[in-house]
Design a protein around this ligand. Structure first.
Ligand code: BG6
Length: 488
């Protein structure tokens, strides 16, 4: 199958850090269909050869295991082309159309990896130049808008030119092997489904922690903040995967219909919950891995008086029969104590105790997303008691866990998130992409939080880099009698 992949923002960070390395991995694994072209588009004045040389030099910064050898790069480079475009000029889209007509590939993909403010304009221009043929797919990066109205506007513009089944809205978390394993765990096994409900589950925690700071994206991050950057999309998509009903089949719309129902069932915000169940924070100078790091307001591109949040912790509930009354906690932040993404499902304790157990002990399922990718099932077992416990009248139990490391089990050659998603775009599979109604519903749910913060002049609470965020996040969960998994 021949394809043309047009990469708008072809010299940008996302292109060389994530997309081109992922395409190279697909090429290396032999999964990229032969006969493809990757056309980088940017304003720079570059020939194909200069673009290849630029990408080759950028690949030096890619992690070693994913870096091509010179021989591999020269084979991969044959796919790379460059087209200079000013994205505001209709004539330039005509030139793109001429380039694509040169060979009329069976599938054409437009990957819009530009500044988000250009998404709508690019889609409009593509349609205006007749580049919205039925074999064309358009891929949009997040964030799509910054609130409900702007999201709706972008989606409306895109949909004037393209059908919903041509639009691939990326949330790269859905491409992570660990997140696909979450679907497999829930819908490929009978073991957990009967327990996956309010009668047995006490609470669920989603933690997406990073030890990195704003890095080189200070200006973008400062106008975005953690709620828009991580919660509206990645965290809510994980929440959907955890809470959705089993879909009737594995087709895209069957899955997306169920996710949408979860988003619609999220408990609407009321003033009291906004005050008590949401904590925002911003990091100050601290230490990461023994090295001093600067505070958020000192980061390049960040307003020295910024009130943007680099941390959010919140509590919500899903108002339906399966989940009523079960708290779902979401926590994400930059410059936290560790880079660690995990979901913890805390089960209720046994209803009647005939053994002695450590305080608060109960079953727990930990879904590790990264850096390790695997499952831990915490159980209570009869351990060896050197103090003659076996003779005691009441037996006491200890906590043990079954540990499944997917990397060890399936090898490090597993398909990465962007590789998976790009191959899905080529194959036209929409399962792991977000539909416009899901996206809009997610914005609708976060918007009251954004409005509350705008009106609340107290600003974010500070936390030192290298910690787990403001202590108010621990206080929030403690009010329910629970604790974050690293605290208990
Ligand atoms: C991106 C956010 O969507 O996800 C970044 O914009 C964040 O701020 C990144 O660092 C995290 O992704 P991952 O795959 O490294 O967990």
């Amino acid at each position: 199958m021949s394809f043309d992949l047009v990469l708008f923002g072809g010299t940008g960070d996302l292109a060389w850090r994530k997309l081109l390395p992922a395409l190279f991995q697909a090429f290396r694994h032999g999964s990229l269909p032969p006969g493809g072209r990757i056309i980088g588009v940017a304003r720079d004045e570059l020939s194909d050869e200069q673009y290849r040389a630029l990408i080759r030099s950028r690949f030096e910064q890619v992690e070693l295991a994913k870096r091509p050898s010179p021989e591999e790069f020269s084979r991969f480079a044959a796919l790379l082309h460059f087209l200079r475009m000013d994205l505001s000029r209709p004539q330039d889209y005509q030139r793109l159309a001429a380039t694509l007509r040169e060979r009329r590939a069976e599938t054409v993909m437009m990957y819009v990896a530009t500044a988000p403010s250009l998404f709508a304009a690019v889609c409009e221009q593509l349609a205006g130049a007749g580049l919205n043929t039925p074999e064309t797919r358009i891929v949009l990066e997040k964030p799509l808008g910054h609130d409900v109205a702007s999201n709706r506007e972008i989606n409306a513009t895109v949909r004037r030119g393209f059908g919903e089944n041509q639009i691939f809205r990326i949330d790269h978390y859905l491409g992570k092997p660990s997140v696909q394993n979450l679907f497999a765990l829930r819908f490929g096994n009978v073991l957990f489904e009967p327990l996956w409900r309010r009668e047995t589950i006490a609470n669920i925690q989603i933690t997406l922690a990073e030890d990195l700071g704003a890095e080189k994206r200070g200006a973008f991050y400062d106008s975005t903040g953690a709620l828009r950057d991580m919660v509206q999309n990645h965290a809510l998509q994980l929440l959907c995967a955890l809470a959705m009903e089993p879909p009737i089949n594995a087709h895209a719309d069957a899955i997306r219909d169920e996710k949408l129902k979860v988003l619609r069932s999220l408990r609407p915000w009321v003033p009291e919950a906004l005050g008590q169940h949401v904590v925002r924070g911003q990091y100050t100078a601290g230490t990461i891995g023994g090295e001093p790091v600067r505070g958020y307001r000192e980061e390049p591109g960040v307003d020295p008086r910024s009130t943007s949040e680099t941390f959010v912790a919140l509590r919500t509930e899903i108002a339906n029969w399966r989940w009523a009354g079960v708290p779902f906690y979401i926590r994400t932040g930059k410059r936290l104590a560790a880079s660690d993404a995990r979901i913890v499902v805390n089960f209720r304790p046994a209803p009647h105790a005939i053994f002695q157990s450590p305080t608060g002990a109960a079953n727990r399922l930990v879904i590790n997303l990264q850096p390790r990718d695997g499952l831990e099932l915490h159980l209570l077992a009869q351990g060896q008691d050197s103090r003659g416990g076996a003779r005691r009248a009441v037996q006491s139990l200890t906590q043990v866990h079954l540990d499944l490391d997917f990397e060890k089990r399936f090898g490090s050659e597993r398909v990465g998130a962007y590789e998976r998603l790009l191959l899905d775009v080529i194959d036209g599979r929409l399962n792991l992409f977000v539909r416009s109604d899901e996206q809009e519903e997610a914005w609708r749910w976060v918007e009251p939080v954004l409005e509350h913060w705008q009106a609340d002049t107290s600003g974010p609470r500070s936390y030192a880099a290298g910690t787990w965020g403001p202590s108010a996040a621990s206080a929030m969960i403690a009010r329910d009698g629970h604790c974050w998994s690293e605290e208990c």
